[in-house]
Design a protein around this ligand. Structure first.
Ligand SMILES: [Zn+2]
Length: 221
């Protein structure tokens, strides 16, 4: 009988260990469980954004957001995107197409329960010497600077061309969004090196892994 009791106790102990093991593993996998994240791939449809020959900003923005979305979902987050394909969000009958598109994006994010948003863009300049990744934020919410600083800190560790964060309080989109978040200009299509990298799947993976890491760090410091 004593042997039997010891055996039962043994089984019980084993099962406790395995339950702990599973839940610890799950916790690690689902670090973003319960978090809602809104991704905004800039431009779309009739608005290509920045361009270089046939390379369009809108397409790369969408690819980066799709990759990031998958990674965040794997960590347990609920992810929404302002667009899932190549279209813009303006109402057809409006005169100011661009304003209508941006206003719809603001509305979608504000109406959501998002804990964080990220607007993804690429830059372009007349001179090809401008290069690097840069975070734009509006201090309409105090968390925005914290998020921008966290991105900057991690970019500096892992990327070679990082521009200083830019506080910008007159962008239509950033000023009106009532959720915490930032806009990231991932690189310059007008710079040959940035343009090359932005189109490489390996670099797209690296960048979106880094974004997912920073977002996780923000929620779990
Ligand atoms: Zn853009």
């Amino acid at each position: 009988m004593i042997k039997y009791k010891i055996f039962v106790l043994f089984l019980f102990t084993i099962s406790l260990f395995s339950i702990n093991f599973v839940s610890a593993e799950k916790q690690k996998e689902w670090e973003l469980l319960g978090k809602i994240i809104y991704l905004d791939p800039g431009h779309g449809g009739s608005d290509p954004g920045a361009m270089y020959k046939n390379i369009k900003e809108k397409d790369i923005n969408l690819i980066l957001c799709q990759k990031l979305s998958e990674k965040l979902e794997k960590k347990g987050a609920i992810v929404y995107m302002t667009r899932y394909g190549d279209y813009d969000l303006s109402e057809n009958y409006t005169i100011n197409h661009k304003r209508s598109d941006l206003s719809k994006r603001v509305h979608m994010i504000n109406e959501s329960e998002a804990d964080l948003y990220l607007s993804i863009h690429l830059n372009a300049e007349n001179s090809s010497s401008w290069k690097g990744i840069q975070v734009y934020y509006d201090d309409v919410k105090k968390e925005n600077k914290t998020i921008a600083d966290l991105f900057y800190k991690n970019f500096k560790k892992e990327l070679s061309n990082v521009r200083e964060n830019k506080r910008i309080n007159n962008l239509y989109l950033l000023r009106r969004i009532q959720k915490p978040g930032v806009l990231i200009e991932v690189g310059f299509l007008s710079n040959p090196n940035d343009r090359y990298l932005l189109r490489q799947e390996e670099y797209q993976e690296k960048i979106t892994n880094l974004f997912a890491k920073v977002i996780t760090n923000y929620f779990l410091p």
